[in-house]
Design a protein around this ligand. Structure first.
Ligand code: NAD
Length: 356
């Protein structure tokens, strides 16, 4: 059993106590937070608390730390923990820039410690279904376009998420998840990136963004995060050569509509559309299409903390690889560049980054 101390016991840090669970070979033994009320909350949960970060690092029974503090502090805390001989799990976004991550990885390598990032949404059911469609060409044929969105009407949450210096904004928040999912399922080099950053709420950081990303294999993606959407669009809209899939929400409501190749195609009938008639935009005929529900897909990988425990035992590689996390940060930097300079960024992938 390896002992893990949580650094930053706020919204996400406290959630990690439940996430770790009993079966993973990891035990949460303690907490450090700069806020006295969070130390009090940890004490009430029966966890050991530390008076300082240095005290965590000096405790020899601590094998690993989880960093769940505001984004700007990840680099400094991670490097100090690695230098003290601790393994590190870091919350997303791992750092604000790709250069910051490179600095951490240099230390992790020198100290021969494991450093990995909690990209938990790789295990989301809705994502696993779409990943299956993309990678196995299952259900809707060859997927050529993916739209992935999360939209709310509650603005940017919390305090530090409003501040640029702390790595606030929605691109570095939900954007990280959606982009990580996109790259984890699309096995191709990124070709171009265009984007629009939203500042509707008047904050110094983006309250959402829309990005159009093209890949060398011809797949295109539209990624959107919004916090001013009183009506939201589906979580996923996926087009393949043999059908279209819509997943409305995390409850997996939605459907797949595909041509029924066992019957002769029935020509669509013209419909009244506004002040005209259209056959082009008429729905596909019911007789020559099939409709099916969205069904869950099991993850073909172990859970995050089970994997982390096995990595510490030297048995497996981390599921969330640092090269992948680095690539997401480079994509985020390209989205900022495209949005701020209103241009299409020609994304230069490093040779060998994507497996053939
Ligand atoms: P939060 O504001 O709720 O909690 C942050 C905590 O860190 C606070 O209790 C604060 O007192 C403490 N803190 C600040 N600086 C510290 C320091 N130097 N040392 C120790 N403690 C410190 O924020 P949150 O929503 O929990 O987010 C924390 C991190 O988790 C962020 O990086 C965020 O992006 C990430 N996060 C990830 C997910 C996910 O799904 N993976 C979800 C939410 C948040």
């Amino acid at each position: 059993m390896k002992n893990l101390v949580i650094v930053g016991f706020g919204g996400m840090g406290s959630y990690h106590v439940e996430l770790v669970g009993a079966a993973s070979g990891i035990t949460v033994t303690g907490v450090y937070d700069i806020a006295p009320d969070r130390i009090q909350a940890a004490t009430e949960k029966g966890l050991e608390t530390y008076p300082s970060f240095e005290a965590v690092l000096a405790d020899e029974k601590v094998d690993a730390v989880l960093i769940a503090t505001p984004n700007d502090s990840h680099r400094k805390l991670a490097i100090a923990a690695l230098e003290a001989g601790k393994h590190v799990v870091c919350e997303k976004p791992v750092t604000i820039t790709s250069a910051d991550l490179e600095a951490i990885l240099t230390v992790a390598k020198k100290e021969n410690r494991t450093f990995t990032v909690h990209q938990n949404r790789r295990w989301d059911s809705d994502f696993l279904i779409v990943r299956d469609m993309v990678q196995k060409e299952a259900k809707i044929g060859n997927v050529f376009h993916v739209e992935s969105r999360v939209q709310g009407a509650n603005g940017i949450p919390g305090d530090w998420r409003h501040l640029k210096a702390q790595g606030g904004g929605m691109l570095l928040d939900w954007g990280v998840h959606l982009l990580d999912q996109l790259l984890f399922m699309t096995n191709s080099n990124i070709k171009t990136v265009s984007a629009n950053l939203s500042f509707i709420l008047g904050d110094e950081v983006d309250d959402g963004f829309t990005s159009f990303i093209t890949f060398e294999n011809g797949v295109t993606a539209l990624i959107e995060v919004g916090t001013t959407n009183y009506v939201k669009l589906p979580r996923w809209y996926v087009k393949g050569t043999e059908g279209t899939a819509v997943i409305q929400d995390w409850d997996l409501s939605g459907e797949i509509i595909a041509p029924d190749r066992t019957v002769a195609k029935v020509e669509p009938k013209p419909i009244q559309a506004g002040q005209g008639l259209t056959k082009t935009m008429a729905p596909p005929s019911e007789e020559s299409t099939t409709r099916s529900a969205i069904t869950p897909v099991a993850a073909d990988m172990s859970g995050f903390y089970d994997n982390f425990a096995s990595v510490l035992n030297g048995e497996v590689e981390p599921i969330v690889k640092n090269e992948e996390v680095h690539r997401v940060l480079r994509l985020i930097e390209a989205i900022f560049e495209a949005g701020e300079q209103n241009k299409v960024v020609d994304f230069q992938e490093e040779i060998g980054q994507v497996k053939a």
